[in-house]
Design a protein around this ligand. Structure first.
Ligand SMILES: *[C@@H]1O[C@H](CO)[C@@H](O)[C@H](O)[C@H]1NC(C)=O
Ligand SMILES: *[C@@H]1O[C@H](CO)[C@@H](O)[C@H](O)[C@H]1NC(C)=O
Ligand SMILES: *[C@@H]1O[C@H](CO)[C@@H](O)[C@H](O)[C@H]1NC(C)=O
Ligand SMILES: *[C@@H]1O[C@H](CO)[C@@H](O)[C@H](O)[C@H]1NC(C)=O
Ligand SMILES: *[C@@H]1O[C@H](CO)[C@@H](O)[C@H](O)[C@H]1NC(C)=O
Length: 350
């Protein structure tokens, strides 16, 4: 009975509030439902977990680092690239990674780098950085010290890397191979040709004006290769030269293979990359607004590279501070440590 008007008012209010709550609750849940349907976060997380569980095999490592179309970025590190000298406050790997942070559109690429460690310290450092790591074992060889240009160990390590990269191609992955003395200032995939008939796109020390000219001085410190039968054959031929190319590094061997006509022989399409975009200390990019990568090539020691790379990153930061409409065209600071590195006795990281 609702004789008391106050009681009935209260009751009506309660019913009203109840209805409101019910309605809000319903719309809350239906929103949740819609959200759930719109954003299947679950795919991603369970994909990661699946991969996490499959250990450190190459297949897993590649799957974990891969972007769409089975493509990864591969860099190889040893102790000398990850461990600080007593008197230095940085490492090659740190500078390499700093470039991904400072570059334009390069930050998310870090998830697609597979860092291949040739010794335990490099592997531990990689794990510490929570990157995608792969431990490359080599029987009976210690790759942990700095490998001086063209020393026996330097050449051995180079060949091991060619063999490993052949494996990656055989697993069906396209990849960018990058040395860690290459600074990534913009996303290379915005500039590399997307035409799938182009099997190999490789950087050069000096660009000769025609992307198809085979006598370019190639640089194997940065290239993009697609996985197919032709490129697998190329890497097999290349690695096959290991034992009859005394004193030559793998880059020279590939150069010689190209000169002797392997591109036509295998029906490959190889594009030589313009240093306007894919530049280095041998030939600076003419344009800060176009540059994609800067390689510390034409340089003999890690210490000299580190010093000049830091300077180049400062140049880049100065460029980024300019107004978009600025007409100033900045210049790269001279790479003085690298220039001197050829003439003086080396202080080597051990
Ligand atoms: C999630 O999985 C569904 C069904 O397998 C698929 O249709 C959808 O594209 C996936 N979403 C993402 C973001 O991967
Ligand atoms: C995620 O897990 C579910 C259930 O275990 C499975 O059916 C589904 O295929 C998995 N999705 C992916 C992308 O692995
Ligand atoms: C790729 O390059 C080839 C050879 O130049 C050309 O015939 C083909 O049309 C190109 N494909 C695309 C998708 O641009
Ligand atoms: C590559 O070679 C294998 C074995 O000879 C063959 O099965 C496969 O179809 C070839 N793939 C392409 C893309 O030509
Ligand atoms: C450049 O643009 C900024 C803001 O867009 C403006 O304040 C400045 O005056 C411009 N400078 C020149 C030289 O046009």
């Amino acid at each position: 009975m609702m004789d008391n008007p106050l009681v009935s008012l209260a009751t009506i209010s309660l019913i009203f509030i109840g209805a409101m709550l019910l309605y809000q609750g319903f719309s809350y849940f239906s929103n949740q439902f819609i959200l759930f349907q719109k954003e299947p976060l679950y795919n991603q997380s369970n994909f990661t977990n699946n991969v996490e569980a499959c250990g450190d095999t190459l297949d897993c490592a590649l799957a974990k680092a891969s972007m769409e179309k089975k493509t990864v970025i591969i860099a190889i590190v040893n102790r000398a690239y990850v461990e600080q000298d007593v008197e230095s406050e940085t490492t090659m790997l740190d500078i390499f990674l700093a470039s991904f942070w400072l570059g334009e559109g390069t930050r998310s690429l870090i998830h697609h780098i597979l860092l291949v460690a040739v010794d335990q310290i490099a592997y531990d450092r990689c794990k510490f950085l929570k990157m995608n790591c792969f431990r490359l074992e080599t029987d009976g060889v210690d790759f942990k010290g700095e490998k001086i240009y063209m020393s026996q160990d330097f050449i051995k390590m180079m060949w091991r890397r060619t063999q490993f990269l052949l494996e990656v191609l055989k697993h069906g992955y396209n990849f960018i191979f990058t040395d860690t003395d290459v600074m990534w200032l913009r996303d290379p995939f915005t500039r590399l040709s997307k035409n799938e008939t182009e099997d190999l796109q490789i950087s050069v020390d000096a660009y000769l004006g025609d992307p198809w000219l085979e006598r370019h001085p190639i640089n194997t410190g940065f290239y993009f290769v697609r996985s197919n039968n032709k490129t697998i054959s190329l890497f097999e031929k290349w690695y096959g030269q290991k034992d009859n190319s005394k004193g030559k590094k793998e880059q020279d061997v590939l150069f010689d293979l190209i000169r002797s006509g392997i591109i036509r022989h295998l029906g490959l399409r190889v594009r030589f990359l313009d240093t306007l975009y894919f530049s280095g200390f041998c030939q600076d990019s003419r344009d800060f607004r176009a540059v994609i990568t800067v390689h510390a090539n034409c340089c003999r020691s890690i210490t000299a590279k580190e010093a000049d790379m830091k300077t180049s990153l400062s140049d880049w930061k100065r460029f980024k501070k300019l107004e978009a409409n600025s007409s100033v065209s900045p210049k790269w600071t001279s790479h003085k440590w690298c220039k001197q590195s050829w003439g003086r006795p080396l202080k080597v990281k051990d």
